[in-house]
Design a binder for this molecule. Structure first.
Ligand SMILES: [Zn+2]
Length: 571
């Protein structure tokens, strides 16, 4: 399935992808000849920055398996070792080997010249047969490892459509023929090895990686292992892999999160920037999303009947591993994406919506510790609505319990907006599982009608912190956050008792504040019941609600402050 979808994508993008048998090669030099084969010079292509090459589509010598130590020349473009028999300073080849390499290059040029009857190729053939090329002064700067190609009278010969067609056909002599499982062609040459390496897969080696079978269940479940083992024709193998490389190098079609790269595409071409939803979500784009999901009319258009695909890859040495594969309809993606954003809204944050990196990062102290399953499960939830794993709530709550020391004030911070948003998303997801789905506007800000003990404990804890701070300027209450969330009875009664000292002090110094705090305490304790029987332990959901109660109470304080500042400015 994956390879078929990739092949379709490649066919749609055919004008932007390499011609069959071609691949982007790092060409450093173009050797210029006149029509009589006279050498005019070697022009450095000079890439950007430190690169001394430009990637240019050229005949791919690895088409019938990676050449590695085998001698296998490309057509009209290759390293200077192959093309002019010049040795490399970094890795000097034995003279016999060098001679064989150059001879193979020559043989390819001559074979092509014989079939195409092309004067330019004849000219190149004559030139590369010169025996003095290794010492040619005009070619002194070339190293044997540099890729070169040829231009005759200003014509880049590898760009000729006749040369492209010739190369593709001449490389089709596969050892076996059969029916291609991807395109259904009957009795065609089949590939034994994937001809195109995947470039820039995170975690993979820089020379490129192969999409090959790994013995993991996840891999098996997408049917890719069998797809790669099953017979496949060369065009299908090339197209599917070129499609991946295209998406990896095209910013609008992917986004990376640590060691995973997510590739997105749709069956029909549309303008829909998935990347920005995860990298940089903003209010306007989420509003647009809402309109397109719930606006009515647009659901009926053809474009929305479109299909959506997502492929997540990680590299490991020379292999690319499929981490996830999603195939679904675009309208359902939009709906799930909207619910993902609606669910994470929370008061007190600087941004209305969180970057995926920030949400995933809310589970760890250091992003280096981020496990791939965290971001993968968030993406699955955002795109497919797959419930978040219960472990995500646990690690988010644990992160809050441990807290983080603010380097400026040395005070400990236990919950931030990203963590609160993540916890809220986990609770919503958990409730979807049990079919008592929350509405989109559930728990965005302080809910004084919520009587869940976890929520009330969280609120209470925050108020006790505020009282101590107001009375003494310090906050030692926060040290017990971790124990309070795990076992309220062992902590909260003691804190409540101690707070009477603080309120008494406040009554003397800041009477207004003291009255407000007493009211707040009464309100929360009233809901907890007259005997204040604190629970011994909280379950995962109650712990999540503790985090939300704590954060909402904290945010409400600043909201009020913000409002009064606003009122003062406007009076
Ligand atoms: Zn095929």
């Amino acid at each position: 399935m994956i390879l078929e979808r990739l092949r379709e994508f490649a066919q749609r993008k055919s004008d932007e992808l390499p011609p069959p048998g071609y691949a982007p090669m790092k060409i450093s030099w173009i050797i210029e000849l006149d029509k009589d084969g006279k050498l005019l010079g070697a022009i450095p292509t000079k890439g950007e920055g430190k690169q001394k090459f430009i990637e240019r589509m050229a005949p791919n010598p690895n088409l019938t398996g990676k050449r590695a130590v085998n001698i296998k020349a490309g057509l009209l473009a290759d390293t200077a070792e192959y093309a002019i028999g010049k040795s490399s300073a970094a890795k000097e080849a034995r003279p016999e080997r060098l001679a064989l390499m150059h001879a193979d290059f020559l043989e390819k040029v001559d074979a092509c010249a014989a079939v195409l009857n092309d004067q330019d190729i004849q000219t190149i053939s004559t030139f590369v047969k010169r025996s003095d090329l290794a010492d040619e002064p005009l070619l002194q700067e070339l190293d044997g490892g540099d890729w070169v190609t040829f231009r005759v009278e200003g014509r880049l010969v590898i760009d000729k459509p006749t040369v492209q067609a010739y190369w593709s056909q001449s490389q089709s002599e596969a050892k076996r023929t059969g029916d291609c499982m991807i395109c259904g062609s009957i009795k065609v040459p089949l590939v034994d090895l994937q001809p195109v390496a995947l470039k820039s897969v995170p975690g993979g080696q820089s020379a490129g990686v192969q999409l090959i079978s790994a013995n993991t269940d996840v891999f098996e479940s997408y049917g890719l292992k069998s797809a790669l083992i099953a017979p496949m024709c060369k065009p299908c193998a090339e197209l599917s892999h070129n499609a991946i490389n295209y998406m990896i190098s095209n910013e609008r079609q992917n986004f990376r999160l640590r060691d995973v790269i997510f590739l997105f595409w749709t069956r029909e071409n549309i303008e829909f920037d998935f990347r920005s939803f995860f990298n940089d979500p903003n209010e306007d784009s989420v509003k647009e999303l809402f309109k397109s999901v719930y606006g009515g009319q647009q659901m009926a258009t053809n474009l929305d009947a479109n299909n959506f695909y997502m492929l997540a890859l990680s590299g490991s040495g020379g292999r690319a591993v499929v981490r996830d594969w999603i195939e679904t309809s675009l309208p359902s993606v939009k709906k799930n994406l909207y619910q993902y954003f609606a669910g994470q809204q929370i008061s007190g944050g600087r941004e209305p919506y969180q970057k995926l990196m920030a949400l995933a990062g809310a589970t760890v102290r250091d992003l280096d510790d981020l496990a791939p399953w965290v971001s993968l499960s968030l993406v699955e939830y955002a795109i497919k609505g797959t419930p978040l794993p219960p472990a995500l709530l646990s690690i988010a709550v644990r992160r809050c319990a441990i807290g983080k020391t603010n380097p400026g004030t040395h005070e400990r911070e236990h919950v931030n907006a990203q963590q609160a948003a993540l916890v809220k998303l986990c609770l919503i997801s958990e409730n979807k599982r049990s079919n008592k789905a929350y509405a989109e506007d559930w728990m965005i800000k302080l809910d004084t009608t919520n009587e869940d003990p976890g929520y009330l404990y969280g609120r209470l804890f925050n108020v006790l912190e505020q009282i101590q701070e107001a009375a003494t300027g310090g906050n030692s209450v926060e040290r017990t956050f971790g124990t309070a969330i795990m076992s309220p009875v062992s902590t909260l009664p003691r804190l409540v008792a101690r707070s009477t000292v603080h309120t008494r002090k406040l009554m003397r110094d800041k009477r207004g504040a003291a009255i407000n705090y007493t009211k707040l305490l009464d309100e929360i304790q009233g809901k907890l019941g007259p005997d204040l029987a604190f629970k011994k332990q909280l379950n995962a959901e109650e712990q999540g609600l503790f985090v939300l109660g704590y954060w909402h109470q904290h945010a409400a304080r600043f909201e009020k402050r913000g409002e009064s500042e606003f009122n003062e400015q406007n009076n």
